[in-house]
Design a protein around this ligand. Sequence first.
Ligand code: SF4
Length: 351
Amino acid sequence: MGIPDMLPASDGALGPVGNATLQIHPSLKCNLSCAHCYSSSGPSAALSLDPALVCQAIEDASALGYTVVSVSGGEPLMYPGLEAVLRHAKSLGMRTTVTTNGFFTDHARFARLAGLVDVLAISLDGPPEVHNRVRGHPLAFERLHRGLDAVRAAGLAFGFIHTLTRTDWTHLPWVADYAAAQGASLLQVHPLEMSGRARSELADAGADENILARVYLMGIAIASKHGCRMQLQMDIVYREHVREHPGLFYACGNAAASAPEALGLLVLEADGSVVPLSHGFDQRYRIGNLHEQPLREAWPSFRDRRLPGLRRLCREVWDELGGDDGPLLSNWHEVVGARSHAHRIPAALTA
Ligand code: SF4
């Protein structure tokens, strides 16, 4: 491949918008509490979803046309219902991904995931000292490296997710070399988003346009070096690409569109909310809450009452990012997520 894929996929989705994905955060429980965590997960987090509720949401999403289930968190390997949820998704013919912090090295645990996970996505922040600092644990990298033996022994396809920051972006070539040497099939580069704990603890660590441009060039070199063995996906969008593909950014569409056509990514959060496009999206745009209504019943009401407001928001972001004054490169997910909290929508569309 000559250039990296640069489409608005989301953390854990591991694919372009065309892969209609239900991203699930079944619990915010995590053994770590990283400063850059967009979901504010940690050891003391208590929110967790009943696996039966999650399985029902997967069934409803499948009936709506969704084909991919992506489990994130919190740390999914600490969620007791993980295998049941994945098994249910596979029974419906869906593809599955799981995003883990790589701290678990148990061979038996990974062996049980064989056949249930299509891609295991492992978070990797840089060389050992950088990874340990970001993860806030002196053994984080050593555990990740050791755990790869168990992942390979189980025959699981795996990739890495790298969070791009202002301070650590220069380590990307090292990350790519390490990922390729370990046999990863995918490297996803996701710019730090100012949400969750990152907003309070890493307020100045976001990558600016200058850094995104440098990373883009790095991406071309990395794709040229490793692209035949490892897919490189960058969650960065180029202005011309935004301009030419309004549909990929939900800036147009018709009222009769199927759920995946109208909205390629649904996010099930640990409190039962289903929101569009990214974790932490403003609740005024929620599809529903599973504790109140199943997804299959919430969708038609969302489509008729809230989708027009969401479409207007996406159109405004598309105008901004694709316009002549728009940034050359941007993180569409962060922009649209941030705008969702500031955007004014008519009361009639939020009732
Ligand atoms: S970033 Fe991942 S590993 Fe770190 S606290 Fe959040 S969920 Fe846990």
